[in-house]
Design a protein around this ligand. Structure first.
Ligand SMILES: Nc1ncnc2c1ncn2[C@@H]1O[C@H](COP(=O)(O)OP(=O)(O)OP(=O)(O)O)[C@@H](O)[C@H]1O
Ligand SMILES: [Mg+2]
Length: 191
């Protein structure tokens, strides 16, 4: 399976929502030599035993998929980090939350593609539930740094909710414009 980094992040964000998090913070940063991301939540967290099991691709807690005992989110992150010389770390405390961080060398041939960040953010912002979410996107190439931030509550207020298809269409256009402005600023810097 050739998943992108965006696919992995979508999985991690979904786990955070499913863990009952009220606040989720996601960061994604590209530099010339490394790509780094983190997902932090204040959800139910995992004890050592659950965490050890979550690292195992042949385990899922059996709640979400009754009868299925395989989960792929966290094992896939680990496998990806292993195959391309990156590092993934998970810190979790029951009742407090979870922080998952990963860093990958940008030039490794086995690094999966970044994938479509516009669709990733759209997906992360539109899971069902009343969680808050902060997205931090940074890009540093040719010696300059550009960034944008998206706050789920702000978006929801501005669009009158994130449920209907019209609101999601507008949200998508907005995220496309944020990504494009990063690229534009980057091109300016190259001149
Ligand atoms: N952020 C988190 N907070 C609390 N528990 C988590 C978190 N992420 C994962 N877990 C626990 O680890 C288990 C395994 O997660 P994983 O994403 O691998 O599989 P899944 O979510 O059960 O199934 P799938 O992602 O395939 O739908 C989860 O069922 C959950 O119990
Ligand atoms: Mg999952």
């Amino acid at each position: 399976m050739h998943a992108s980094l965006a696919d992995i992040l979508a999985d991690l964000a979904q786990n955070s929502v499913e863990a009952g998090a009220r606040r989720i913070s996601i960061s994604f940063s590209e530099k010339p030599d490394e790509i780094r991301f983190a997902v932090e939540d204040d959800g139910k967290g995992m004890d050592d035993d659950t965490l050890a099991k979550a690292l195992d691709p042949f385990w899922s807690d059996g709640v979400k998929h009754p009868g299925r005992r395989v989960g792929l989110g966290i094992p896939f992150l680990r496998q990806t980090a292993d195959q391309c010389g990156g590092k993934a770390s998970i810190v979790s405390k029951p009742g407090e939350g979870t922080r998952i961080e990963a860093v990958f060398p940008a030039d490794n041939v086995d690094l999966p593609p970044v994938g479509n960040l516009v669709l990733l953010w759209l997906q992360c912002l539109s899971f069902e539930g009343s969680y808050g979410m902060d997205i931090h996107r940074r890009r540093e190439l040719v010696g300059r740094e550009d960034a944008y931030r998206i706050d789920r509550d702000e978006m929801s207020d501005a669009l009158g909710g994130l449920e209907d298809i019209g609101a999601l269409g507008l949200l998508k256009e907005y995220i496309v414009s944020l990504e494009e402005s990063l690229n534009e600023e980057q091109r300016e810097g190259e001149k």
